[in-house]
Design a protein around this ligand. Structure first.
Ligand code: NAG
Ligand code: NAG
Ligand code: NAG
Length: 270
């Protein structure tokens, strides 16, 4: 009797956990990208040569992703892996320590930097009254996506629970906040349905103007969102090619295709 009660309890708890996981939707991203795969992608991030040594551990990425439950959990298994690959590829370009003849190739050197070297300005747009710069603070690139400008630090901090205008340094001082700032940028819709996330999971609906500007869904459009003003509409741009190189390596490690429109050479910048 006691034994059958135990097995009944066990059966019910297994049943409950099955129901819970199916009603909660897709598997967590930690089941799609294990530590081993992450560390294979970022082979050199903890080298002595990398200023971000030990700043970007796998567990900080996974913890940060919990704040954005739709990241890497939307669509088919391939779509989910492709989105994670695209995110990791873009942050790799932003933080790369690679060069053409680097050990293991240029695309094994993502997440080497956590802060922009020699910023040319403090990235303060003083015309922006909603997110006013705090005296003496600099809004140069920090963290995996190299968050920049007061008008990004302000809303990122507001969404994530820190004071982005008074304390922008935290993005380069706290590993989980650093990854959260990059995921915040990735997930945030700027106009209409436009976000890096929506583009990669098929939820972006182009406007007429987008169609006229060749801004169709694909990894190239994600590049356009991140830095199109400087990099898109230019044939064979080396920065764009570097972003694509990381994406090809990571989709290959994930065993998924890259999808169409990798380049933004023929897109009008956003
Ligand atoms: C759209 O792409 C085509 C080539 O595919 C190019 O000829 C055209 O100039 C592009 N349009 C814009 C607005 O960039
Ligand atoms: C990709 O395929 C290779 C070879 O079949 C396999 O060893 C590897 O585990 C796969 N990786 C993933 C992330 O599925
Ligand atoms: C403890 C720590 O990592 N401090 C860093 C915080 O960020 C500033 C600049 O953004 C660095 O200079 C500090 O080293």
């Amino acid at each position: 009797m006691a034994e059958s009660l135990v097995s009944l309890a066990l059966f019910l708890s297994l049943l409950f956990s099955c129901l819970a996981s199916s009603s909660m939707g897709a598997k967590p991203i930690s089941s799609l990208i294990r530590k081993k795969l992450f560390d294979t992608m970022f082979l050199h991030k903890d080298d002595n040569a990398c200023p971000a040594k030990n700043f970007y551990p796998y567990k900080a990425f996974i913890r940060a992703a919990k704040t954005f439950p739709k990241f890497g959990t939307t669509g088919s298994l391939s779509t989910r892996k492709r989105e994670i690959a695209a995110f990791l590829a873009q942050i790799s370009h932003e933080t790369t320590g690679g060069w053409a003849t680097a050990p293991d190739g240029p695309f094994a050197w993502g997440l080497c930097f956590k802060e922009e070297i020699n910023p040319q300005s403090n990235y303060c747009d003083s015309t922006n009254k909603q997110w006013p710069c705090f005296p003496g603070k600099s809004y140069h690139g920090r963290g995996p996506i190299q968050l920049s400008w007061n008008y990004n630090y302000g809303p990122a901090g507001k969404a994530l629970g820190f004071d982005g205008l008074r304390n922008p340094e935290i993005v380069a001082n706290n590993s989980v906040i650093a990854f959260k700032s990059a995921l915040w940028f990735w997930m945030t819709e700027t106009r209409g349905t436009l976000s890096c996330h929506n583009v990669m999971v098929g939820k972006y609906v182009p406007t007429e103007a987008d169609i006229a500007a060749n801004r169709t869904a694909g990894y190239g459009l994600v590049t356009n969102i991140i830095n199109g003003g400087l990099e898109c509409g230019i044939p064979n741009d080396p920065r764009v090619n570097d972003r694509i190189g990381f994406f090809k390596r990571y989709t290959n490690l994930f065993n998924v295709t890259t999808g169409p429109d990798l380049d933004c050479a023929f897109q009008k910048p956003l």
